[in-house]
Design a protein around this ligand. Structure first.
Ligand code: CUA
Length: 319
């Protein structure tokens, strides 16, 4: 069962203990605000109509002791409502600040212009695991998220799971997420960070624990060896043109400027959610990144047609 939200970035429906109390608060404050507007409007209109029907010989409210007391009558419920809203807000902030249980998993997320690096904790039995833009988590478990940035300030936001937390160079900010049901939860960088700020989507993919364990085991493994002559040729092209920026674990490619591509074929999208991960869009992306994502740090490296075909065949094999 994969949940796909009808409004991908909608924040009025949430799916986890980090976000749900804030959503209840949002709806509650909306209802209170609407009630206040309706009550005040009705009283003002009623006051005008009553005054008009009685004629204008009566003095204004402020000059009448008797009627000035209505100011106090109005002030009292206002204070009570504002105070209750404040208490509710502070209570919700305190409740979602810490996860209900100790997080069993830590993901270190680094914002880059313009993509997300996700590194799973070294202390785990399967060792280090680095991926990009698609952050898998097990369902029903709080996950600690450590946030930093490699360049400028970005902000991590998965509206159905958690509010916004900035990623700041040289600093680690903490947040946590927990999904109460499986699904692909889309997120977005929400701090203006340059030309492709809008092209900086993130996805949290929440899976049942067994599916997550399988994903983790597969992602922890080194890259698959190329199968077939095209993929083999593609590995050589990759080593010559791409390895300075990209890592493919288990090969000589150890660049750290761009996303780790060890298991790129297992991802759903490319270029931080911009295009689906298909052989055609992969070829289009490598052939001319600037056409698809102007300003992106990835340059066109001037591959020939056969070289491009080979490198796509190689990457398609990196499941
Ligand atoms: Cu990264 Cu906006």
């Amino acid at each position: 069962m994969n949940f796909t939200p009808a409004t991908p970035l909608g924040y009025l429906r949430t799916f986890g203990p980090r976000a749900d109390p804030a959503t209840d608060l949002t709806w509650g404050l909306i209802v209170i605000s609407l009630a206040v507007v309706i009550i005040v409007t009705v009283l003002v209109v009623a006051g005008v109509l009553v005054r008009r029907s009685r004629g204008s010989e009566r003095p204004p409210v402020a000059e009448s002791r008797h009627e000035a007391r209505w100011i106090w009558v109005g002030l009292a419920p206002t204070c009570v409502v504002l105070l209750l809203s404040l208490v509710w807000t502070v209570e919700v902030l305190a409740r979602i600040n810490d996860p209900p249980r100790r997080p069993a998993l830590t993901v270190e997320i680094t914002g880059h212009q313009w993509w997300w690096e996700a590194r799973y904790d070294f202390a785990q039995p399967n060792g280090t695991l680095v991926t990009a833009n698609e952050i898998h988590i097990p369902v029903g478990t709080p996950v600690l998220v450590k946030l930093t940035s490699a360049d400028v300030i970005h902000s991590f936001w998965i509206p159905a799971l958690t509010g916004k937390t900035d990623t700041i160079p040289g600093r680690t900010n903490l947040t946590w997420i927990e999904a109460s049901r499986p699904g692909d939860y889309r997120g977005q960088c929400t701090e203006y960070c340059g030309a492709q700020h809008a092209g900086m989507a993130a996805f949290v993919i929440a899976e049942p624990p067994a599916a997550f364990a399988a994903w983790r085991a597969a992602q922890s493994a080194p890259a698959r060896a190329p199968s077939g002559p095209a993929a083999l040729a593609g590995q050589a092209v990759f080593a010559a043109y791409c390895a300075a920026c990209h890592t493919v674990r288990g090969t000589g490619a150890e660049g750290i400027l761009g996303p780790d591509l060890t298991h790129i074929a297992s991802r759903q999208s490319l270029a931080s959610g911009l295009i689906p991960n298909t052989p055609g869009s992969l070829a289009g992306w490598i052939g001319d990144p600037q056409a698809l994502k102007p300003g992106a740090r990835m340059p066109a490296v001037g591959l020939s047609g056969p070289q491009l075909g080979a490198v796509v065949a190689y990457l398609e094999g990196l499941k």
